[in-house]
Design a protein around this ligand. Sequence first.
Ligand SMILES: C[S@@+](CC[C@H](N)C(=O)[O-])C[C@H]1O[C@@H](n2cnc3c(N)ncnc32)[C@H](O)[C@@H]1O
Length: 224
Amino acid sequence: MGRGRYPARLNVAPPPPEIAARYLHIWPGRELYSSPETFPAVSSRALFGDNRPLELDIGCATGDLVLALAALRPEANYVGVDIVGKPIWRAVERAVAAGRANVRFVQADTRLVYRLVPDGALRAAYVHFPAPLLSNRQRKQLLISPALLAQMGRCLMPGGLLSVLTDQRPLFDELHAILPGAPALRLVPPEQWSVSMTELVKSHYHRRWEARGRQIFRAELVRQ
Ligand SMILES: C[S@@+](CC[C@H](N)C(=O)[O-])C[C@H]1O[C@@H](n2cnc3c(N)ncnc32)[C@H](O)[C@@H]1O
């Protein structure tokens, strides 16, 4: 099975309107780009109506990580963003089945969503197993980028965390190469990592690459 076939194989329909109204925001790229002021802020107040800490899963797919974290930490709110419909519709189904009140999903290009996040609004963000789009032609779509780090330097609260996981050494090297351009973020030494990668929070992709014996590269960055 190749890297990209999993979402396409999902047999899932868009959620009915009453479920979508609670759990799913669909934000088209053209409008997000030209009129960001017409969209709600990505904040606990705007999306959940409270002031709990907020965490963001960037490229959440079927919501494995974000749903596991939402169950483990009911005192926080979770937003999963993915650009593809099917996986995020499945994530919504799972949130409804679990009765999860502290999670929302946004179907959108995450690179256009950052600008809706108020300064310091995030307690944590996760970029786990992003596609390794390292060729010159694909680079514009890469999620590990100077733009991501600059946005995280702004969107994370002081002490807030950015967690990165990948099975791709070149992508991990890329992260380290661009880090000096993001002085607001500092690498956390492994012995101080705060996210514990128990089986409970391992996503489909995490388990898949581990089962194939791939090395998993991990970084935690803290907003200074
Ligand atoms: C390999 S999957 C990893 C999913 C999940 N983070 C995990 O750990 O299992 C990468 C996901 O990123 C999503 N993605 C890629 N580019 C994106 C973008 N610009 N905005 C939002 N999601 C994106 C893809 O649709 C896909 O679901």
